[in-house]
Write a protein that binds this ligand. Sequence first.
Ligand SMILES: Nc1ncnc2c1ncn2[C@@H]1O[C@H](COP(=O)(O)OP(=O)(O)O)[C@@H](O)[C@H]1O
Ligand SMILES: [Mg+2]
Length: 296
Amino acid sequence: MIAPLTTAVRDQPLPEIAETVIEVRNLTKRYGRNIVHQHLDFDVRRGEIVSIVGGSGSGKTTLMRQILGLERPTSGSIKVFGEDMSELDKDEARLMRVRSGMLFQQGALFSSLSVFDNIAQPLRELGKVPEDLLRDIVMLKLEMVGLPCKHASKMPAALSGGMVKRVGIARAIALEPELLFLDEPTAGLDPQASDEFVELISALHRALGLTVVMVTHDLDTMVALSTRVAVIADRKVIVAAPVEQVAGFDHPFIREYFLGLRGRLALQGLSPERRAKLPPEALEPASEAIPLRTAP
Ligand SMILES: Nc1ncnc2c1ncn2[C@@H]1O[C@H](COP(=O)(O)OP(=O)(O)O)[C@@H](O)[C@H]1O
Ligand SMILES: [Mg+2]
C-alpha cells in the first residue's frame, strides 16, 4: 500500500547531514526531589534520524517534551533552529510549533474525530485555510502515508494499530514540519506493521528531508532507522553516535541493552560495513542464538 512513495524515493540520496538544529546544554530537570536530568547535553543536526534510548523512567519523554517547549527545564538551555526556547514570545512559539510535528505514544489521535478531521486539525488551528485546499492537503497527506482516501471518513476505533500510527504521522506532517518527533512509535504494533512503519519513516525522511528525533524501545526499528543513537543513563546523555560505536561504549546499561541476546540479534540488521565496526562481543555468539533452519 505504501509502495508509491517508498518506490519513488528509493534511489533518492539520503538527506545531507547539515547544521545543528537542536542544541541542549547543561540541562537540569527536576520534579520535586526527583532529578530526571542533570548536566545533560544533546545535539541533533538537520537530516539526522536520532534515536533516544534508555531505561524506563530515564527521562526520554521528558527530554523530548522540553525540546518541544511543552515542559520547562529547571536550568540549562535548549535551542531549536538557533532560538532559545525560553526566550520565545507567543508568535515565535507558534511558528516553532509549526516547524515541528510530533507523534506521541498515548493519544495519537482524537477518538471523537474522523481520520479526515484528525489530519485537518493542525491546519484548522492555523486558521484561514480554505476548505477545498484543506481537503486536497488532507488527501495528499493520507496518500503520503500509504492510506487510501476511503479511510478518510473512518473513526479511529475502526482502524488497526498500524493505520492509527499512519494517520498520526499524516497529522504530524500536515503543516510540513522540518522536525518530526516520535515517542515509542512502534510500541504495540506487530512485527509486520513495525516494518511497514520503518519503511514509511525512511521514505518520508528521504522525500521531505525531515530531521527525526525518536524515542524507542524497539531495537530493530532503532537499528534500521537511526543515523545516531543517544543513550540516556545516569541522568544525562552518556553517548550519542552511530549504533555500531554506541554498542562498544563501556556502560552497564549499554552492555545489557545492546550486547544482550535481543540486542545482538537486532545488530545483525546492520550493513556488513557497519557490522565490521562493532565490538567483538556484539558479534561472537549472535549466530548461535538463531534457531538453526537446516540440520547439519
Ligand atoms: N509531569 C510530571 N510530574 C512529575 N514527575 C514526572 C512528570 N513527568 C515525568 N515525571 C518523572 O520523570 C521521570 C522520567 O519520566 P519519563 O520522561 O516519562 O521517562 P521515560 O520516557 O524515559 O520512560 C520519571 O521518574 C517520571 O516519574
Ligand atoms: Mg516515555
